[in-house]
Design a protein around this ligand. Structure first.
Ligand code: UDP
Length: 261
């Protein structure tokens, strides 16, 4: 698959065209941002780990019938994905209260929610991705009621699957963010899961110790982001138990791969 011109550059990924108009290449960068771009850094090896972890989760979701944009991983940092028309909403799914929810509503961090809670944020960096009500989506025609009903059903299945997958490896899935897009399949519009699912977009706490294994290590200056993401990858069986993947290792691996292409 040949990489064409840059179509879009986001905070953590770059999208390139390919010779197939329906497919694009998604490149995972090492850049980390938080608090609506106010905090920025580059963490060597993060993109490589997110590429692998996201590939693992999306291909497992595909196996349980959740259609998504992943076609295949190409190398350490890139995957081929379907080009979708993204719905401009970030769907936040919460099982345990943390992050913005605790600040906004004064709920204690770590409070277990009786039911999964779905929140909607408008994807608009200039506005700081504001929280919106479901009715805003219909009022401003960001998506139809039928689409949101479908998305909600998919979200609950994704959440059930991911809770189980992470529980099996001693990790609590606290919350995560999902994005969905429209594609035309055989002339019919369809909603599929898009974007990455990785420790950048989930809160993952070790079940025994509550140690944070996600981007909060960067947000809260806890350090040890690469070892935490590596731990997630190892527990999911993506990296071998004995492989001691450090930032340097990951970078080396990725440059070896580049040279070989
Ligand atoms: N999240 C994300 N991208 C965003 C906003 C949130 O991936 O632009 C994820 C975040 O990593 C967490 C969940 O969604 O797992 C809920 O985030 P929250 O609303 O608590 O916001 P934050 O505390 O990240 O500002």
């Amino acid at each position: 698959m040949k990489k064409g011109k840059k179509l879009y550059e986001g905070k953590a990924k770059i999208i390139y065209t390919t010779q197939d108009k329906d497919l694009v290449i998604q490149y995972f960068k090492d850049d980390a941002t938080a608090f609506n771009n106010q905090k920025k850094s580059t963490i060597e090896g993060k993109g490589v780990l997110n590429n692998r972890i996201s590939e693992h989760i999306l291909s497992n979701l595909s196996q349980i019938g959740i259609k998504n944009h992943l076609v295949k991983r190409l190398n350490m940092r890139e995957q081929v994905i379907k080009l979708v028309e993204i719905i401009p909403i970030e769907f936040i799914v919460r099982n345990v209260a943390s992050g913005s929810l605790t600040k906004r509503l004064g709920i204690e961090d770590g409070t277990v929610l009786k039911e999964p809670l779905i929140e909607y944020c408008l994807k608009d960096d200039k506005l700081g991705d504001p929280l919106i009500a479901e009715d805003h989506i219909y009022a401003f025609e960001w998506a139809t009621k039928k689409e949101i009903d479908k998305v909600k059903k998919m979200i609950l299945r994704i959440n059930d699957f991911m809770i189980g997958m992470f529980r099996g490896v001693g990790i609590n899935l606290i919350d995560f963010k999902l994005e969905f897009g429209r594609v035309k399949t055989n002339g019919k519009n369809e909603i599929i899961l898009a974007d990455e699912i990785s420790p950048d977009t989930c809160r993952l706490w070790d079940s025994k110790t509550d140690k944070k294994l996600d981007k909060d290590r960067f947000r809260k200056d806890l350090g040890g982001l690469i070892p935490a993401y590596t731990e997630v990858a190892k527990r999911l069986g993506i990296l071998h138990e004995q492989s001691n993947i450090s930032a340097v290792n990951v970078t080396k691996l990725s440059s070896v791969k580049k040279k070989n292409r």
